[in-house]
Design a binder for this molecule. Structure first.
Ligand SMILES: Cc1cc2nc3c(=O)[nH]c(=O)nc-3n(C[C@H](O)[C@H](O)[C@H](O)COP(=O)(O)OP(=O)(O)OC[C@H]3O[C@@H](n4cnc5c(N)ncnc54)[C@H](O)[C@@H]3O)c2cc1C
Length: 397
C-alpha cells in the first residue's frame, strides 16, 4: 500500500490530501506544523466585514486522512525514504509532497523585529491586538498585502502611513494605472504615502528614513514580500533556486518527492521557471501534485490568477503583467474597468481589472479562457464594452 506523506497543511497540502483520498488512496498522512487546524490565509488581511473575524478555519472533509497538526517535520532521510519528525520519530513514505509555503521577508534594518510581519494567525492576532482608534501605524511596503493591511488598519480607526521603496505601489504585478486608482482610493480614506522611501532603521516607536526623517508610530508592519520555505528541501539536498525546483509535473530533483504552492518553483510551459504566490495557485498545484504522485497528469499549465480587496474596491488579475506590451482599457457600465495586454500578434496575454465588489470577476474569468485559447483579439473590440468578451471565444477578433 503506497504511503503518501504531505508536509504542510496550508491550502496546497490540504488540496493534495483531499485529491489523494478522492482518488481512492488509502494511506495519506498530512503534517501541519502550526499547531492548529488549517485556516484561510487571505482572510488574515481582510477580516470578515460583519464579524470582524480574521480567523476563518478551512472547512474541508479530511475523513480517512491521518492528520497530525502541531507536528513539524525536522528533516528528510531520502536514502531511507522517511521523514524525521520534531518528536524524534520517523515516518516512512513512498511519495512525499513538500507544501511548506513561505516565510515573511525580514527587514535587514530591523534586527530586533520591531516591525511585525503577517503570515500566520499568530502574526495577525499580535497585530490586531495592538490596534486602537487614533493610534498611528506605519506599513512598510506598498504591495498587495501591505495595502490590504493599510485598508484594514484604517477601517479600524488608525492613522496609517505607507512607506514604499519604489516609485509607485504594486510595482510587480499590476498595471500602473490600476495601482494609481488603488492608491487614490486609500488616499480618499485618509491614508498617506511616502514613495522612494529608504528605511534606515526601525525603532520601538517608529521608523527613521535614510534622509533622516523620523516617523513616529505605535505599530509598524513589514510587508516586504515573502521567501519560499525551502529549509527542509535544501537540507535534504534537493535542487532549490528561488523555491524548490520542480519540473512541469511538480517533481523535485528526487523522483519520489514533489513540491506545490508558494514553496515550488515550477517549470511552466508558458512562462518558464516561475514561483507563484497566490491562493488559487496553491489550490491548483496541490490538486495537480496529487495526480502526479499517482503517476497521472501531464504538465502544470494553469494561468496565474489573484484577487485583492481594498475598501469597496475589488482587484482581479490573470496572466503575467508586462508593462512593455500593448495595453488597452475597457470601461464597464457599473464603474469597473479593465486593462488588457496583447502581444505583437494581438493575442491576449494578461488582463487586470478593478471595480466595486466583484464587478470585474466575470470579465477576468472570460479573459482567462481567451488567454488559454490563444485567441487573436482586435484591440478596438476589446475597448468596446458593448462587445461581450464571450464573442472572442466564439469567433475570435
Ligand atoms: C495576509 C495574506 C493575505 C493574502 N491574500 C491573498 C489574496 O487576497 N489573494 C491571493 O491570491 N493570495 C493571497 N495570499 C497568498 C495565499 O494565501 C498563499 O499563496 C497561499 O496560502 C499559499 O498556500 P501554501 O499551501 O503554498 O502555503 P501556506 O499556506 O504557507 O502553508 C504552508 C504550511 O506548511 C507548514 N510547514 C512549513 N514547514 C513545515 C514543516 N517542516 N513541518 C510541518 N509543516 C510545515 C507551515 O507552517 C504552513 O502552515 C495572501 C497571503 C497572506 C499571508
Amino acid at each position: 500500500m503506497t504511503h503518501h506523506v504531505i508536509i504542510g497543511a496550508g491550502e496546497a497540502g490540504l488540496r493534495a490530501a483531499i485529491a489523494l483520498r478522492a482518488a481512492g488512496e488509502p494511506h495519506v498522512t498530512l503534517l501541519g506544523g502550526e499547531g492548529m487546524p488549517s485556516y484561510d490565509r487571505p482572510a488574515l488581511s481582510k477580516p470578515d466585514r460583519e464579524t470582524g473575524g480574521h480567523h476563518r478555519p478551512i472547512q474541508v472533509d479530511l475523513a480517512g486522512v491521518e492528520v497530525r497538526f502541531g507536528l513539524a517535520a525536522k528533516s528528510i532521510d531520502r536514502e531511507g525514504k522517511a521523514v524525521v519528525l520534531a518528536d524524534g520519530s520517523s515516518l516512512p513514505y513512498d511519495r512525499l509532497l513538500l507544501a511548506t509555503g513561505a516565510l515573511p521577508r525580514r527587514l535587514g534594518c530591523d534586527p530586533d523585529g520591531h516591525a511585525r510581519g503577517l503570515r500566520t494567525l499568530t502574526d495577525a492576532d499580535a497585530i490586531y491586538g495592538n490596534v486602537a482608534t487614533g493610534r498611528r501605524a506605519v506599513v512598510i511596503g506598498a504591495g498587495l498585502i501591505g495595502l490590504e493591511m493599510a485598508a484594514e488598519l484604517k477601517r479600524r480607526g488608525m492613522k496609517v502611513h505607507v512607506l514604499e521603496v519604489g516609485p509607485r505601489a504594486l510595482g510587480r504585478g499590476v498595471p500602473a494605472e490600476i495601482a494609481e486608482a488603488i492608491v487614490e482610493r486609500h488616499r480618499q480614506e485618509g491614508t498617506t504615502f511616502g514613495f522612494d522611501a529608504r528605511i534606515h532603521s526601525v525603532e520601538r516607536n517608529g521608523v527613521t528614513l535614510a534622509d533622516g526623517l523620523a516617523i513616529e508610530a505605535d505599530l509598524m508592519i513589514a510587508a516586504v514580500g515573502i521567501e519560499p520555505d525551502i529549509r527542509l528541501a535544501d537540507s535534504a539536498g534537493l535542487a532549490c533556486a528561488n523555491g524548490i525546483v520542480v519540473d512541469s509535473r511538480l517533481v523535485t530533483s528526487d523522483p519520489w518527492i514533489f513540491a506545490a504552492g508558494d514553496c515550488a518553483a515550477v517549470d511552466h510551459p508558458r512562462y518558464g521557471r516561475m514561483r507563484f504566490e497566490t491562493w488559487r495557485n496553491a489550490c491548483d498545484q496541490g490538486a495537480f501534485a496529487a495526480r502526479s504522485m499517482r503517476g497521472e497528469g501531464a504538465s502544470f499549465a494553469a494561468l496565474p490568477w489573484f484577487w485583492s480587496d481594498h475598501f469597496d474596491f475589488g482587484l482581479q488579475a490573470v496572466g503575467l503583467h508586462d508593462p512593455l506590451r500593448l495595453s488597452v482599457r475597457r470601461d464597464l457600465p457599473d464603474g469597473g474597468w479593465l486593462r488588457f495586454e496583447l502581444d505583437a500578434n494581438n493575442r491576449l496575454q494578461a488582463a487586470a481589472g478593478i471595480g466595486p465588489g466583484n464587478a470585474v470577476a466575470r470579465d477576468i474569468r472570460l479573459s482567462e479562457k481567451i488567454i488559454e485559447k490563444n485567441v487573436v483579439c482586435s484591440p478596438d473590440r476589446l475597448v468596446d464594452a458593448g462587445h461581450g468578451l464571450k464573442s472572442f471565444l466564439k469567433g475570435g477578433a
